[in-house]
Design a protein around this ligand. Structure first.
Ligand code: CIR
Length: 255
């Protein structure tokens, strides 16, 4: 969670058509743009150098740069997103990552994997299986991570959430926060755990960056719990991006 650099992408006007499992009405462009701007400002405030890529009208979900690639200080991996409308986002990121990293691997076929299903922890990278990340994709990713000198483990994602990290996040080297549904996952047994209060499940997608923890502003009990545990919480509005199933981690690639 110590990061010097990040990539984000400006939201497109087409973000109003972003993918969603449940249609509660789409977000407004202005609403998403406001949340995105505040997010970028917080990353910078936390000491991260942020590269802002231009919007891509053809890809409504392309501001969620976390999904088409995975980055480490030693290299990057180009993924194959599980949603057909998002697959070509990878090709849009590839030249940028090739400029920034010496080693850029491509996820071998077959299989698919979204970055939203991948959590870095100090000892290994956790890969959650979901509707977006299948077994073949997860296994291919384990071998890519091993090629970059890392270790990875495959986990289950509870039903009803988009991604593994929709329901869990790393808070520090020893600590995770998750929904009650994911709390018993064997991959978390070595960790100190916080569980988000019932009714605040989307708050499990927090983003620890250097000394701050970005938390969705709409979940006061989660914010209070983390403040009591002495985390430096930065509440950020996410009401608009939540309309298209997104949270804080989705909007950047960090290393
Ligand atoms: C999608 O369904 O792909 C987008 N509407 C939301 C992606 C959220 N990404 C993430 O959690 N990493």
């Amino acid at each position: 969670y110590q990061f010097n650099s990040a990539i984000v992408r400006e939201p497109s006007i087409s973000v109003v058509n972003g993918l969603r499992a449940d249609d509660r009405g789409g977000p407004t462009y202005e609403g998403v743009k406001g949340e995105h701007d505040a997010y970028v400002a917080s990353l910078r405030h936390a000491g991260v150098e942020v590269s802002v890529l231009p919007s891509l009208e053809a890809f409504p979900d392309s501001l969620f740069v976390e999904d088409p690639a995975l980055v480490f200080t030693g290299g990057a991996i180009l993924l194959r997103p599980g949603a057909p409308s998002r697959v070509a986002e990878t090709a849009e990121l590839a030249p940028i990552l090739r400029d920034m990293f010496d080693t850029v691997l491509e996820l071998p076929t077959p299989g698919q994997a979204d970055g939203g299903d991948i959590m870095y922890t100090p000892n290994s990278v956790l890969i959650g299986l979901s509707d977006r990340t299948d077994k073949a994709g997860a296994e291919a990713l384990v071998s890519c991570i091993e090629q970059l000198g890392g270790k990875a483990q495959i986990a289950e994602t509870p039903k009803g959430v988009l991604h593994f990290k929709t329901a869990s996040s790393l808070l520090d080297d020893e600590t995770v926060i998750s929904t009650a549904a994911l709390a018993k996952a064997s991959v978390f047994k070595e960790f100190r755990q916080f569980i988000v209060p019932e009714g605040e499940e989307p708050a499990a997608n927090v983003l620890r960056v250097n000394d701050i923890v970005m938390v969705s502003a709409g979940y006061p009990r989660t914010i209070e719990m983390l403040e009591k545990a002495n985390y430096k919480v930065v509440p950020l509005k996410t009401a608009e991006i939540e309309r298209i199933d997104a949270g804080l981690s989705c909007m950047s690639l960090r290393w």
